[in-house]
Design a protein around this ligand. Structure first.
Ligand code: GLA
Length: 406
């Protein structure tokens, strides 16, 4: 700001000294109007520099629809909170801690804005290890039986962090890492996050370079694009673990939401939630969501939903797979993905011990996840689509969560 003031003062001095000789009326007028123009330029310069000061101290950086704020440190690394805003004023907040979606605020049918995902407004909420609220889960989302798998003849052993199984990438999966983040576009609210998972991290082979690109579109879509490469054969299953409650209030359960999943089959599980290997028809079971029904309708018979649905889509094109509706708010969430499965989880393990930042208890079924992914335990299930990633291959997948009012 001071440098621009100095420039302006110098300009005034120069103008004053560049009209030597007798002051004619014309010269005086010229001087007046030049000084007037300079005053205006000075005002503009100083105001814009003041704005820049606000940007650097509070928001630190702006790009199309994105602001950045300091959010603390962990592992000796700086953590930031990015706010993506679209043309409709809808806001999604994302932290580079765990590439986590911490909040998604949109208006309901009465034009009242509220948050539709579980999250905290401070880093300490996440450092207390909530069950993956909004995070990117990896290297392998969901379970690997007994924490063991083979690639060719090489046997790999992971930490068993969920009873006898490995869950969601291990003790310190991608959800607990500090990612690099950078606004990615001049024209859209896009944030690119990247992370390098070292060979042997959490027991997985290969140096894996992974990026996640979040874009909030003006159509109220949150688009998530995953890319990864490895230098050694590895297994990979990336997903986002957002918990949705479309009512905008976790005091309401999600049991009255209506859900459609475009899946004629699901993968039944054993008592430790490892797929039995069977691909079973949903017909005549509580897992039939091919026609929209209330989540609560048969949840007791299902013992709570925590199952992988085998999507009907036949290829890896981006297709609509889910429609979720809530009559209280009038909100509808549609999910589109390139992935072959979706883990539908009704927050069965939420038990009121965690509260939101504004003090509301997060009870069982207070929110639900729609984790687009490959099937759990695929590395040990030869009949499931492969999750193997080889050197020279490019992993790429897209999931879109689209919010609207019915
Ligand atoms: C996934 C799993 C659940 C549970 C949650 C996190 O959705 O399928 O069993 O572990 O993550 O609590």
């Amino acid at each position: 700001m001071w440098s621009s003031k100095i420039i302006v003062i110098n300009l005034i001095l120069i103008i004053n000294n560049t009209s030597p000789g007798v002051e004619t009326e014309a010269k005086k007028n010229m001087k007046k109007s030049t000084l007037f123009s300079i005053a205006i330029i000075a005002a503009i310069l100083i105001t814009s520099c003041n704005n820049q000061t606000i940007t650097t101290t509070e928001k630190m950086e702006t790009k199309a629809g994105i602001t950045k704020a300091a959010w603390g440190t962990t592992d000796g690394k700086e953590v930031f909170l990015y706010t993506l805003t679209n043309a409709k004023g809808v806001q999604v907040k994302i932290s580079n801690y765990g590439a986590t979606v911490t909040s998604w605020v949109s208006p309901d049918k009465n034009n009242k804005p509220s948050g539709i995902v579980l999250g905290f407004d401070n880093l300490s909420g996440y450092l207390a290890k909530p069950p993956y609220f909004g995070a990117v889960v990896g290297r392998y989302g969901n379970r690997i039986a007994k924490g063991k798998f083979k690639i060719d003849t090489a046997q790999y052993t992971l930490a068993t962090n969920n009873k006898t199984n490995a869950l969601h990438g291990g003790l310190k999966g991608f959800d607990k890492q500090v990612w690099e983040a950078t606004p990615a576009s001049d024209s859209t609210a896009s944030l690119l996050l990247s992370y390098v998972s070292k060979d042997g991290e959490e027991g997985y082979p290969g140096n894996l370079k992974v990026t996640v690109l979040y874009t909030l579109t003006d159509d109220n879509e949150l688009k998530i694009e995953y890319n990864a490469t490895t230098d050694k054969a590895t297994v990979l299953n990336l997903t986002n673990h957002s918990y949705f409650n479309l009512t905008g209030d976790v005091s309401n359960s999600i049991l009255d939401h209506t859900l459609m999943i475009d899946a004629d089959n699901y993968t039944p599980v054993d008592t430790t939630l490892i797929p039995t290997g069977e691909i079973k028809s949903v017909k005549g079971t509580p897992f039939d969501f091919t026609k929209a029904k209330k989540i609560g309708q048969e949840i007791a018979a299902a013992g709570g939903y925590d199952h992988n649905f085998v999507l009907n889509k036949k290829d890896s094109s981006l297709q609509k797979i889910v429609e979720l509706k809530d009559s209280i708010s009038g909100r509808m969430l549609e999910v589109f993905t390139t992935q072959p499965g979706v883990q539908f989880y009704t927050g069965n393990f939420l038990d009121g011990t965690i509260s939101t930042s504004d003090g509301k208890k997060i009870n069982q079924h207070a929110a639900m996840c729609l984790e687009t992914q490959h099937f759990p335990d695929s590395p040990n299930q030869p009949k499931f689509p492969t999750t193997l990633l080889l050197p020279g291959q490019q992993f790429h997948s897209i999931t879109v969560y689209k919010l609207s009012l019915k």
